[in-house]
Ligand binder design. Structure first.
Ligand code: NAI
Ligand code: NAD
Ligand code: ISE
Length: 344
């Protein structure tokens, strides 16, 4: 069975996912597309020679009887509207992060999905499919380094554009760490505080960059997460877990070592699209395969999107107050329990 996708949003990641579904993965086909920017849709149809219908808006894509699953890759604030409509139409949805702009928005999605009675939604938290994070989790779960005590991580981009604002350090960037770190250590967040170091000269006037988030978990693990989106040298994701008996690092991206002109050097990636290429492939292949085999998606759920949003909202509040903000804990409904463990 081929899963027929309708795509909402043909920008940077929309094009990436269209390309991988069309040219790399198996079991999927793009049959419908829309974007608020007509030029973006036309150019994607041409570039990937898609045999797909162009629709004027998200609702008409979702309603198209030819569409089995909706790929939401519009900008974050538009996600909730499209995901809610897809659930109401009983269609599968793969939604890029964030699931919705606020925790309330995510809760509405969770309620709608439970009312439908079937898991339909997967959120694009692709780091859970990244082989480096999966290996790091295996080491932590094996207790090789004992109980985790502290985590230090960085999320750095070479530069940000003029549309990137200080709150997006949380909603667009840190949201990946928010999702993956509690999954990594099987724990929940309890509080967050934000610090603003000296601002880089490379950030535009309106932007606070870098930012440091100190998160504490219920078990007492202290996490220092740096977001620095104008680091000026590359796209760099690091994670170090300090345990009672040792330290575990997220593997570095492998790259050829050259010795030349008195220097030993390795390249650092500059493009986020390349860093998690395999993880993007795996998350979408898993979405298609699990729907075919079990009738529901296997990956990060609306509930994962919701609990990430609760933490994200607390981080946004902490940016404003400068205080330590508590992160509300919520009980997972039975509907979202017994989610199969990813095995990549
Ligand atoms: P983008 O700005 O390149 O593309 C967004 C596209 O959506 C644009 O073409 C825009 O015209 C269109 N759009 C916006 N609202 C729309 C609506 N209501 N209906 C139809 N089209 C609409 O943005 P980008 O970088 O592709 O990001 C899109 C989403 O993907 C964001 O939520 C972002 O957080 C997420 N993302 C996730 C990544 C990941 O690593 N998982 C990486 C990059 C983006
Ligand atoms: P983008 O700006 O390049 O593309 C967004 C596209 O959505 C644009 O073409 C825009 O015209 C369109 N759009 C916006 N609102 C729309 C609407 N209501 N209906 C239809 N189209 C609409 O952005 P992007 O970098 O592709 O990011 C898109 C989403 O993907 C964001 O949520 C972002 O957080 C997420 N993203 C995730 C990752 C990841 O690593 N998982 C990476 C990049 C982006
Ligand atoms: C983008 O939105 C993402 O989600 C990427 O994973 C992230 O690292 C990048 O900085 C964002 O622009």
């Amino acid at each position: 069975m081929t899963l027929k996708f309708g795509v909402i949003g043909t920008g940077a990641i929309g094009r990436e996912h269209i390309n991988r579904i069309t040219n790399t993965l198996s079991g999927g086909k793009i049959v419908a597309v829309t974007d608020v920017n007509n030029e973006a849709v036309k150019s994607v149809i041409d570039e990937f020679q898609l045999d797909a219908a162009i629709f004027p808006d998200d609702h008409s894509v979702i309603k198209d009887p030819n569409v089995d699953a909706v790929l939401v890759t519009s900008w974050g604030p538009a996600h909730e509207h499209s995901v809610m409509a897809a659930i109401e139409a009983g269609k599968y949805v793969f939604c890029e992060k964030p699931l919705a702009a606020t925790a309330e928005g995510c809760q509405r999605i969770v309620q709608a999905e439970m009312k439908q009675g079937k898991r339909l939604v997967q959120v694009g938290f692709m780091r859970r499919y990244d082989s480096g994070y999966v290996e790091l989790k295996r080491v932590l779960d094996s207790h090789d380094i004992g109980e985790p005590l502290m985590i230090r991580c960085v999320h750095r981009n070479t530069s940000s554009n003029e549309n990137y604002t200080s709150d997006m350090a949380v909603s667009d960037t840190l949201i990946h760490e928010i999702d993956v770190l509690h999954w990594l250590v099987n724990d929940e967040y309890q509080s967050v505080q934000v610090f603003f170091p000296k601002k880089t000269k490379h950030a535009l006037g309106h932007l606070i960059d870098p930012q440091i988030f100190i998160l504490e978990t219920k078990a007492g693990i202290v996490i220092q997460a740096e977001v620095f989106v104008n680091c000026n040298y590359g796209y760099d994701i690091q994670c170090e877990v300090i345990g009672e008996d040792g330290v575990a690092h997220l593997p570095e991206v492998s790259s050829v070592v050259t010795r030349k002109e008195g220097k030993r050097s390795t390249e650092i990636l500059v493009d986020w699209k390349l860093r998690f290429q395999d993880a993007y492939d795996k998350e979408l292949q898993d979405f298609m395969d699990s729907i075919r085999k079990t009738g529901k998606p296997n990956g990060p759920s609306s509930w994962d999107g919701y609990i990430a949003a609760i933490t994200s909202d607390a981080c946004l509040k902490a940016q404003q107050t400068g205080e330590k903000e508590l992160i509300q804990s919520v009980e997972k409904p039975v509907f979202y329990q017994n989610t199969p463990q990813l095995s990549f």
